[in-house]
Design a protein around this ligand. Structure first.
Ligand code: CA
Ligand code: CA
Ligand code: CA
Length: 299
């Protein structure tokens, strides 16, 4: 009896024990899965992924290396609209740029001219418009310089330009439309554009009002009741006037140029200052990033 009891006790002890270990093993497995999930979650890039506003976005040149053939063209991320290379600009390494790679202009001839599409994205009526980019100016040259210029040169009756003017010590968002123009001496920021630092510039125009932001801060707001920018000979220049006079070329870097067919709000300008690319579906991107990290850890 004692022996039987002892055996029964032992076997019951064993059964309880193995049950305990099964529960323990399951808990361990569950914990390990939780740990993997936690690590995968945590391993995502912390600054990921603020996308640029897409509502109204017409074109977006990141100037990242996979979008640039530096002897011939840079294409926009949305639809592959080509900006043709003139002169000998350089594709600058990411270490010199704001987001990925960017373009260095030497002030002599260097510019891009956007080739329009069919139907046109550039030579069209613009009821509203926003130009936005990062720029880093290396040196001034005693004249007008156009960082970005949508214009109908040489007619010169329609102009939308982020620009600076060393001669008159100012920078701003210049508009000419409906026979009216920005009054530079009162509407611009009346000091030279800062040198050797990255500046986030945004100009908006809705046919009545102009807003000019520097590093997300509204620097100028003024009335310009010229109405829409009408289609007819409109071309888009990056780094000079569209007709490439070689008189308004810049010496410096341009990165992350976006053009919208509506006015961005102050909050949207702030968002875009933080953006490092295009927005993508949050759930899809989250899932792929997560699985990417899990797969990487299993290798
Ligand atoms: Ca870039
Ligand atoms: Ca050059
Ligand atoms: Ca000056």
């Amino acid at each position: 009896m004692r022996l039987q009891n002892g055996t029964r006790f032992q076997s019951r002890y064993f059964v309880e024990n193995s049950r305990f270990f099964t529960v323990f093993a399951n808990a361990k497995r569950a914990f390990a899965l939780l740990l993997i999930a936690f690590l995968a979650w945590n391993a995502q890039p912390t600054e990921a992924i603020i996308g640029a506003v897409e509502n109204g976005l017409v074109a977006y040149w990141s100037f990242d290396k996979d979008t640039v053939k530096i002897k011939t063209e840079a294409v926009d991320l949305l639809s592959g609209l080509a900006a043709a290379v003139h002169g000998d600009p350089e594709l600058a390494p990411a270490s010199d740029c704001k987001v990925g790679e960017c373009i260095l202009f030497d002030g002599s001839v260097d510019r891009f001219l956007v080739e329009d599409s069919n139907p046109p994205k550039i030579d069209r009526d613009w009821e509203e418009i926003t130009l936005e980019c990062w720029v880093y100016i290396n040196a001034l040259d005693d004249s007008w310089n156009r960082i970005i210029s949508l214009d109908d040169m040489p007619t010169n009756s329609a102009v939308v330009s982020l620009y600076y003017d060393d001669d008159d010590n100012q920078h701003g968002f210049f508009i000419r439309a409906g026979g009216q123009s920005t009054v530079a001496a009162q509407d611009n920021v009346l000091e030279d554009i800062p040198l050797e630092e990255w500046l986030h510039l945004t100009g908006t125009y809705d046919g009545n009002m102009v807003h000019y932001y520097v590093n997300g801060k509204l620097e100028k707001k003024y009335a310009m009741k010229g109405g829409k920018i009408p289609k007819g000979g409109l071309l888009l220049g990056i780094g000079d006037r569209s007709d490439g006079c070689d008189c308004d070329t810049i010496q410096g870097y341009i990165d992350e140029f976006r053009i919208y067919d509506r006015v961005l709000s102050a909050a949207e300008v702030q968002n875009n200052m933080e953006a490092t690319g295009l927005d993508v579906s949050p759930s899809a991107s989250h899932l792929s990033v997560t699985w990417g990290h899990i797969k990487a850890r299993r290798r």
